[in-house]
Design a protein around this ligand. Structure first.
Ligand SMILES: C=C(OP(=O)(O)O)C(=O)O
Length: 580
């Protein structure tokens, strides 16, 4: 058996892939420039201009392609490339190098290298600009030297792509059908490579460092995006784990248990770019759209038309399904600078979620509800602006609105009143809208205790086990010292879940789960036994959860849940469920 070699980095997608190493080395080595007197500056200027035009066209093409595959937000990086291409300082730098008698390719290299050095010495986002400049420099050099490079869209199936760095254009070109994994020497969790890899559900490890450069072309390599490991010459055991992680194949359409009980398997998404991968991985709909992501990383909130366009395109992606939009959930771990959230002694117990929407963010909340009600209208309302969705008129799925951090019946009553008033304003203005399904998250012990009263007022409850566990166990989500307590398999949490589903038994109110627990296929049978009607999972695990649902017998699941509910310790629960 060959010796395994394990390199560590930062795992960015919870998947394991194995395949054959293939290096992507786009850097171009130029030989020394010829003597200046032998160079014709006019001819070189014209070569540079032609190369710049060709680069501009290619950037446009790649931008469109990236937008189609991974979304407008990620594709926006190509706009930065286009701006650099026409940046006067760069043009001046190239002009001055041509004036010094350098050929076009050397002029490009000298100019860009200076800017790369400047940006690389800065912090944060500015440092990322250095990558954009390298990307653009190499593109121009490839054109000027007629260099042939790997066509990343056409690598052989089963390729594990290795690179010193992956530029946005490289990553956007990757074909998930062909690429078994990606390992990159540089980059962090929020690097472009990581973001694209996640959006495409590719196993990926970034920030592996120089050790990666010793991996030979053609070696067998396993990429463990969960553990953050790159394993060269993996042994049989490792390969078996990759096979397991390759997971179930995508299943279109609804699944039922072996005895015919329908369980909806939806996906959790945070940004428009994640919607298409959810469709591709066979989700029945969106069980949690974390709409606060539409409000992050910007200077002002999205207006009604922009929000409406985002909601409508999610609805159009699931014409047969349901899209559950959670209203703005800020505060706690999700600050938004322009909202000027006050310091809180304990933000998780402070003014967050619905508490803000019915308080200081009332105007934003009303705008969001207007956008949601209008988004659900059959067709014909295009949001009234150029930001509006061009899917207008397409078949749309069913919209549902869900409230975060509910702990009082009064909150639900107040929101119902706001909904009525928004609907009546739209009515009077003759604006088309549709009343959505209406539900609340059960993420506070108070909501679980009141589940029966809530169920009388809403169409659905969705259990957010991430927060529910934090509040039931009094163990902060982000505090490593109490991480072991943050486990939904503790009997207190399991019984709170059952309390919630039981409260809705026999009513028209359905009960789903959108916390991370719902996405763990090892717990699917238990959750069916606990009475969940819907499971909303991370996009990558949707096929595995669907597969588990269709292997489950509801009677056996109920018996399993009864045993787990009778257990007194987490260790007993784990043993009963059959996990370590
Ligand atoms: C799904 C949940 O919400 P969040 O976005 O806070 O993880 C949860 O708390 O389980």
């Amino acid at each position: 058996m060959p010796d395994e070699r394990v390199l560590s980095g930062i795992g960015v997608t919870p998947r394991v892939g194995v395949g054959t190493a293939r290096w992507h080395r786009p850097e171009i080595e130029l030989s020394d420039p010829p003597a200046p007197e032998t160079v014709d500056p006019e001819a070189e200027r014209s070569r540079f201009e032609t190369a710049r035009d060709r680069a501009r066209e290619a950037i446009e093409r790649e931008r469109d392609r990236a937008e189609e595959r991974v979304g407008a937000e990620e594709a926006a990086v190509f706009d930065a490339h286009r701006q650099f291409l026409d940046d006067p300082q760069i043009s001046e730098g190239v002009e001055s190098a041509l004036g010094d008698g350098l050929p076009a390719e050397h002029a490009v290299q000298r100019t860009f290298d200076r800017f790369v050095e400047q940006f690389a010495g800065m912090e944060g986002r500015m440092a990322e600009r250095a990558d954009d400049l390298r990307d653009l420099r190499d593109r121009l050099l490839r054109i000027l030297t007629d260099a042939t490079t790997t066509d990343l869209a056409a690598v052989p199936e089963g390729t594990v792509l290795l690179a010193e760095r992956l530029t946005p254009s490289d990553t956007a070109a990757l074909d998930p059908e062909r690429v078994a994994g990606v390992a990159v020497q540089t980059g962090g969790r929020t690097s472009h490579a990581a973001i694209f890899a996640r959006a495409l559900a590719l196993p990926a490890v970034v920030g592996v460092g120089d050790a990666l450069s010793d991996v030979p072309e053609g070696a067998a390599v396993l990429v463990d995006g969960e553990a953050g490991e790159v394993v060269v010459d993996p042994g049989e055991n490792r390969r078996a784990s990759a096979d397991e992680s390759a997971g179930a194949s995508v299943r279109e359409g609804r699944v039922t248990t072996t005895d015919g009980r329908a369980v909806e398997v939806a996906a959790n998404v945070g940004r428009p770019v994640e919607v298409d991968p959810a469709v591709e991985r066979g989700a029945d709909g969106i069980g949690l759209y974390r709409t606060e992501f539409l409000f992050l990383d910007r200077d002002a909130p999205p207006d009604e038309a922009e929000q409406m366009a985002a909601y409508r395109s999610a609805l159009a992606a699931f014409p047969e399904g349901r899209v559950v939009c959670r209203t703005l959930d800020v505060g706690g771990d999700k600050p938004i600078p322009y909202l000027d959230l006050p310091e809180s002694e304990n933000p998780f117990l402070g003014e967050r979620g619905i508490r803000r929407s019915l308080g200081p963010d009332a105007d934003l909340f009303e705008t969001q509800l207007r956008a949601l009600l209008r988004a659900g209208a059959e067709s014909g309302d295009d949001g009234g602006g150029e930001d509006a969705d061009d899917e207008t008129g397409a078949a749309l799925g069913d919209l549902a609105v869900m409230l975060p951090m509910v702990s009082r019946i009064e909150e639900v009553e107040s929101v119902l009143a706001v909904l009525e008033s928004v609907a009546s304003d739209l009515d009077s203005a003759g604006v088309p809208y549709a009343m959505p399904e209406f539900g609340v998250m059960v993420e506070t012990p108070a909501a679980a205790t009141l589940a029966g009263d809530l169920a009388e007022r809403v169409d659905f409850l969705s259990i957010g086990t991430n927060d529910l566990t934090q509040y039931v166990m009094a163990a902060s989500r982000g505090d490593e010292r109490v991480a072991a307590l943050h486990d939904p398999l503790y009997p207190a949490v399991l019984r709170t879940i059952r309390q919630t589903t039981r409260a809705a038994d026999g009513t028209d109110c359905w009960v789903g789960m959108c916390g991370e627990m719902a996405g763990d296929p090892a717990l699917t049978e238990l959750l069916i036994g606990l009475g969940l009607d819907e499971l909303s999972a991370s996009v990558v695990t949707v096929p595995d959860v669907k597969a588990r649902v269709s292997e489950t017998d509801s009677e056996a699941a109920r018996a399993l849940a009864e045993r787990a509910l009778a257990a007194e310790t987490v260790a007993e629960v784990r043993e009963i469920v059959g996990i370590e």
